[in-house]
Design a protein around this ligand. Structure first.
Ligand code: GLU
Length: 387
């Protein structure tokens, strides 16, 4: 009996509906697809994805692209047939190849009248809360402008200690960062099978699984392609990570014609990894789990009502006092006049700046501080109500 047979009955009745409903999608494309197995940038493939993503945007969906292929394309351009082991050589290849990636995405999206933006991230950018907030606001601003962010790891500067390491994981981190509904991992395989289909002819494609199922790891064993970093195991782990933020993941073949359109129309392509935790609950849990409170804001009664009853963000005007010393991105408590905690959240301003803008209208922030991070002290998506 298949180890996954228990996955069937507990699943939602129409699990693919989550893809039809998805508003914000992260699409990750692997090195072998982008570079046609290392032969060089596959312009036709990029043109197809650009065409599909343009169509998704027209239907009001927001799409971010995480693209691998910098090292593979750099190797091709430098005439190297084997992936080097030396870090400096990999970094040099990534720097060369990233130029090609940026160029091909820019020109293929331009054909659809769309702007692209290159975003190179390191693990630190996502682990450090200040930079986390910066990356998040930049990406959401780009999406609001209708721009397609094209994201890769900043391979040229990362070291072993600080690198994410593979773009499946990076895709999951980005999905969590911007609260995506789904992560679509396009690869050179049809999805997750019960065993490695290259070895076991009996292996069968799993259409849907629970992202958190520990049995998935054994099915996913085995290395990926020699070009990229991620095998099926990194995809399973990435799906689990994305699920911790409430996003569902699909692993599907990027060579399937019209793959993105067909997926968001609910067609049963590839493997769907269903997230157990609803998105909002997952994010709130993440904020609530940030153990160290770095300070507190004493709210006036109007702000308490705005937060608790109206589900609003916290504006500087509703805060009477700032306690403690904290940086942008730290977690602070919001307390009422009786020092009862009513909420906690990630604050947009350091304590010294917050002290200068409390009690003032958001429109005055620029003239008081000389810069504006955000009009809110704490945005409602970064706020967890207590009790
Ligand atoms: N960032 C690497 C590149 O662009 C890819 C990492 C991966 O294959 O997951 O070459």
């Amino acid at each position: 009996m298949c180890a996954f047979s228990h996955l069937g009955p507990e699943m939602p009745a129409a699990p693919r509906q989550v893809l039809c409903d998805a508003q914000r999608l992260v699409v990750k494309v692997g090195s072998s697809l982008v570079t046609d197995e290392g032969r060089g940038l596959d312009v036709a493939a990029v043109a197809n994805w650009a065409h599909e993503i343009a169509a998704l945007r027209q239907r009001g969906r927001e799409v971010l692209l995480v693209s691998s292929g910098a090292v593979a394309e750099g190797m091709k351009r430098l005439g190297w047939s084997r992936r080097p082991h030396a870090m400096q050589q990999l970094q040099a290849a990534a720097a060369v190849g990233q130029m090609g990636l940026a160029q091909v995405y820019e020109s293929e999206f331009r054909r659809h009248g769309m702007q692209t933006a290159q975003i190179l991230l390191t693990h630190d950018d996502l682990a450090d809360r200040t930079r986390y907030l910066n990356a998040r606001s930049t990406l959401t601003t780009l999406l609001a402008l209708g721009v397609v962010p094209v994201i890769n790891e900043n391979d040229t500067v990362v070291t072993d200690e600080i690198k994410v390491g593979d773009n499946d994981t990076l895709g999951a981190l980005v999905a969590n960062l911007i609260e995506a509904d789904v992560l679509l991992i396009l690869t050179d395989q049809a999805g997750l099978h019960t065993a490695d289909p290259r070895i076991d002819p009996q292996a069968r494609l799993l259409h849907r699984v629970r992202a958190g199922d520990p049995a998935l790891e054994s099915a996913a064993g085995g290395a990926g392609s020699p070009l990229g970093k991620g095998g099926m195991l990194t995809k399973v782990l990435a799906a689990r990570r994305a699920a911790s933020g409430g996003a569902h993941t699909v692993v599907a073949s990027g060579r399937e014609p019209g793959v993105l359109r067909r997926l968001v129309e609910g067609e049963e392509l590839g493997t769907l990894f269903v997230a157990d935790t609803p998105k909002l609950a997952a994010r709130k849990q993440w904020i609530a789990d940030q153990l160290q409170l770095r300070g507190a804001l004493v709210l006036d009664s109007g702000a308490v009502v705005a937060l608790l009853r109206d589900g609003k963000s916290l504006l500087p005007v509703g805060v009477r006092m700032v306690q403690g010393d904290f940086a942008r991105g730290d977690v602070v408590a919001c307390v009422d006049a009786d020092t009862q905690e009513v909420a906690r959240g990630l604050i947009n301003y350091a304590a010294s700046d917050a002290r200068r803008i409390i009690g003032r209208a958001s429109g005055e922030i620029a003239s008081i501080l000389g810069f504006v991070e955000e009009p809110e002290l704490i945005h409602r998506s970064n706020l967890v109500l207590r009790g």
